[in-house]
Design a binder for this molecule. Sequence first.
Ligand code: MF3
Ligand code: CO
Length: 247
Amino acid sequence: MTTVLSKDERRSIRKAGSILSECMDLLSKEIKVGVSTKALEQEASRFIASRNARPAFLGYKGYPAAICTSRNNVVVHGIPSDKDILASGDIVGIDIGVEYEGYFADAARTFAVGNVSKDTRRLISIAREALYEGIEKACVGNRIHDISWAVQSFVEANGFNIVRAFVGHGIGKKIHEDPEIPNFGKPHTGRILEDGMVLAIEPMVNVGTADVKVLGDGWTAVTSDSKLSAHFEHTVIVDGKIAEVIA
Ligand code: MF3
Ligand code: CO
């Protein structure tokens, strides 16, 4: 299924997005050397509940937490833990899903912790910019893989590799809806974008191989070569000219 939002409905989903964005800003201030990813989880849970919203990931296919915290070679779906402590030089991806009055928003950002090398900062910038390259293509009349190709070509031109095993997705009245939004593919193919479609675009960018493997907990996805990976995600509403970023 694919949600197509009326102008009125857009108000409700924007609220889910603004709660999520506020939560992300709050966590961004807590990201420091010595903090555990579990502490970030607790902060996010408290905040989302305080806004009468629900953490959309908790319980989804059995996922055990409100947020994902993906450190260094973890690509996505890292589970917060009190044993997972941020150290200087680390990078950490924070991924949050919020449901508010039946509408969903999903967003992720990768942060540097303490002193991070120039090469690693470049990885983070390219991953962030790749997301915006994709968002620029999310306008009425374009096709899904116009987004995919914009992301892939930008990442590869900058010497990094784009993950294939996980993709972006439609969102709206469920956390995952059709269509899938791969971060690789042929331009001018795939579904045509319509006004009011809601998309979660989420490039995952690796320093080394694009290959990933999932650890024994069934969730934590790591790079096959243990090199670094960065992840950014926004939820956007497709609109005439340029998509509206809601989270
Ligand atoms: N942003 C990720 C996704 O869309 C996070 C999902 S975590 C899960 O797949 F627990 F909900 F699966
Ligand atoms: Co997502």
